[in-house]
Write a protein that binds this ligand. Structure first.
Ligand SMILES: CC(C)(COP(=O)(O)OP(=O)(O)OC[C@H]1O[C@@H](n2cnc3c(N)ncnc32)[C@H](O)[C@@H]1OP(=O)(O)O)[C@@H](O)C(=O)NCCC(=O)NCCS
Length: 183
């Protein structure tokens, strides 16, 4: 059985980024993204309606973290403290050494290779210190940016579920991408 330990919190650095722990001070910027229907169109979660919804999300992130049941990093640019996005293994199947990856980036910073840096860094963490065997990503077929990102990181398509997800009044398809550890 996988036995992840996120204490102390693993702060990760890349060429341009610091991936750190969320604090409640990140709530207003997180709220700006989570309330935006365009940014959230492929996330499949309810839109945040108030700042409290973002605060509640950070509470969930912290609860998952303290139980070693999930880990989400706040993405910041080096030399700046502010949230620009999030990335993490928000669902962990400990018995299968498997986790589901998720990510979200402020559009002002998209298309600059930022998430590529973050994804490759947490893949290394997942298959390294965290000891995962596989990483799953559930993606909407219309999410070209996310699909490109996954393919670039050697994820392969394993399943295509038709209309398995009811979101925003419609049944939607899901593609499951997976990456296995090389070990
Ligand atoms: C998916 C997302 C995180 C990508 O972040 P990003 O920092 O813009 O991605 P990158 O700049 O690292 O790009 C990675 C690759 O995807 C490509 N890409 C980026 N946006 C794209 C788009 N809209 N269409 C097609 N390809 C795209 C890039 O060109 C790059 O490939 P390349 O290096 O071969 O050129 C970002 O679009 C996002 O936050 N979307 C909203 C939230 C979301 O949908 N999350 C995923 C849910 S599964």
């Amino acid at each position: 059985m996988l036995n992840p330990n996120f204490d102390p919190f693993p702060i990760l650095t890349t060429e341009r980024l610091i991936l750190r722990r969320f604090t409640f001070a990140d709530a207003p910027r997180l709220f700006e993204l989570r309330k935006d229907p365009v940014i959230m169109q492929y996330i499949g979660r309810p839109l945040a309606k108030t700042l409290d919804d973002a605060i509640d999300l950070i509470k969930v992130i912290n609860d998952l973290l303290s139980g070693n049941n999930g880990i989400t990093w706040c993405i910041t640019l080096k030399n700046e403290q502010e949230f620009i996005g999030s990335i993490g293994f928000w669902r962990i199947e400990k018995e299968n050494y498997r986790a589901e990856i998720g990510y979200l980036l402020n559009p002002a910073y998209q298309g600059m290779g930022i998430m590529q840096e973050a994804v490759e860094t947490i893949i290394n963490y997942g298959f390294g210190p965290m000891n995962l065997h596989s990483i799953q990503a559930n993606v909407s077929p219309g999410n070209a940016a996310s699909i490109k990102l996954l393919q670039k990181n050697n994820f392969t398509q394993e399943a295509y579920f038709k209309e398995n997800c009811f979101y925003n009044g419609a049944f939607r398809d899901t593609i499951v991408y997976t990456l296995l550890t090389k070990n």
